[in-house]
Design a protein around this ligand. Structure first.
Ligand code: GDP
Ligand code: MG
Length: 405
């Protein structure tokens, strides 16, 4: 599959929260990090993975992935991770580096909001010189607001004329609004839900006030672009205190240390340690390859793994994709008996799709021609035929039967 077709997760937050460190740790990338705001101008785009148990055991086979990896029965399924420039208050109006960065998020399924839980940087990402100088709880609302206002601005553009035309021409608001917002990957389902939550009359869009539109945008943000809060830098004790405070205040967040994950990944690449993404432990393979500084860092990391069960980086990505966005995994194969592709690779691809995706839509995702030539599917578990409008289930293994041309 092409990179462009992988589900996209946006990494967002104010400058200096650790977005690029998080992105580097998750993608194995080498983007520049810095305590100076706006180091990242062009977004960094890279491949990261969600992890979940592979179905190879159920079928008593050993898989041979073409895309992603399988490590000790855990499938690593690729997604696209986008690290955008730091957002500051009023970015939606163009402040800081402004609006163009928000535009990079148009296709994101879900956002990871990286917060500096140690509270060392102010709202604009300026260094206050000591941890605890800023309350990270302030950052939570600010970012939600920026994203909602950005959506609001797009929606209200030309609303008067648009809504009048919808009423005069007696068109279905949900349908035409979905077309109007298709650049944001907004579907009719998203719009229906947001209208319901806002309690607005879809028959009379001309009566929606500016404030109604804002409330609608806030709800559309919730359904279309959910946010997972990552409380970063928990290697700093003050950050751990703040995480407890956030939880007491009812703010759901995932404690994380992007720095710890990055160190573990780098030392693994060097062959000094063995570490599997997302796990609660590592093993030193070659102490001679470790500097004293690195040994110290590993002690600090052990402490985090003890307290939180992982560095939080993989957990944040998995939570965003599986718990919040509720995507499912399907395994297309060319041969339903041996579970292989044409080259004989066993369970070659694990693909993430939105809940409710049909067989026909899956075919289109794999190859644009397939959607047109698809005849039916075969469920590899039951060997039964599946119609084109079959709604995919989690962990389905499916052969797509297409017409010969
Ligand atoms: N202690 C600690 N520092 C971190 C962590 N993540 C990032 N940093 C530091 O925070 C600063 C800003 O990081 P960067 O990734 O460039 O932030 P960005 O502006 O949000 O992309 C750098 O000095 C990083 O080393 C972390 O988990 N723990
Ligand atoms: Mg950055």
């Amino acid at each position: 599959m092409l990179l462009g077709e992988l589900p996209l997760i946006g990494v967002v937050g104010k400058p200096n929260s650790g977005k690029t460190t998080f992105w580097n740790s998750a993608t194995g990338g080498n983007a520049k990090t810095s305590p100076i705001p706006f180091t990242t101008i062009e977004p960094n785009e890279g491949v990261a993975f969600v992890t979940r148990p592979c179905i190879e055991k159920e079928f008593n086979v050993t898989c041979n992935p073409r895309s992603g990896l399988c490590i000790e029965g855990i499938r690593h399924i690729p997604i696209k991770l986008l690290d955008v420039a730091g957002l500051v208050p009023d970015a939606w109006k163009g402040r800081g580096l402004g609006n163009q960065f928000l535009d990079h998020l148009r296709q994101a399924e879900v956002l990871l909001h990286i917060i500096d839980a140690s509270g060392r940087f102010d709202a604009d990402g300026n260094d206050l010189g000591r941890v605890g100088a800023w309350d990270p709880i302030n950052d939570v609302k600010f970012l939600e607001n920026e994203i909602s206002r950005w959506l609001w601005q797009i929606i209200k553009r030309d609303w008067e004329r648009f809504s009048r035309r919808v009423e005069v021409e007696k068109r279905d608001l949900v349908e035409v609004l979905a077309i109007r917002l298709s650049g944001l990957a907004v579907t009719e389902e998203h719009i229906k839900k947001a209208i319901e939550l806002t309690d607005l009359n879809p028959e009379k869009p001309t009566l929606w006030s500016d404030d109604d539109l804002l409330r609608f945008a806030i709800n559309l943000r919730k359904v279309r672009m959910p946010i997972v809060i990552v409380a970063n830098k928990v290697d700093i004790p003050k950050a751990r205190e703040n995480v407890d405070r956030m939880k007491e205040a009812g703010i759901e967040c995932i404690p994380a240390s992007a720095l710890a994950e990055l160190i573990l990944i780098k030392l693994t690449e060097k062959g000094a340690i063995r570490y599997i993404r997302g796990s609660n432990s590592f093993e030193v393979l070659n102490p001679n390859l470790l500097s004293n500084k690195e040994k110290k860092a590993l002690e600090m990391i052990e402490e985090i793994l003890d307290i939180y069960g992982s560095t939080g980086v993989q957990k944040a990505i998995n939570t965003a994709v599986f718990d919040v966005t509720k995507m499912i995994v399907v395994y297309p194969v060319a041969d339903e008996k041996n579970l292989t592709d044409k080259q004989g690779r066993v369970l070659p691809d694990a693909i993430l799709v939105r809940q409710g995706t049909t067989l026909e839509e899956l075919a289109g995702m794999i190859h644009s021609d397939f959607a047109k030539t698809l005849l039916y599917g075969i469920n590899a578990r039951t060997k039964r035929k599946l119609p084109k409008n079959y709604v995919l289930k989690d962990n389905d293994v499916i052969r797509l039967v297409v017409a010969a041309r």
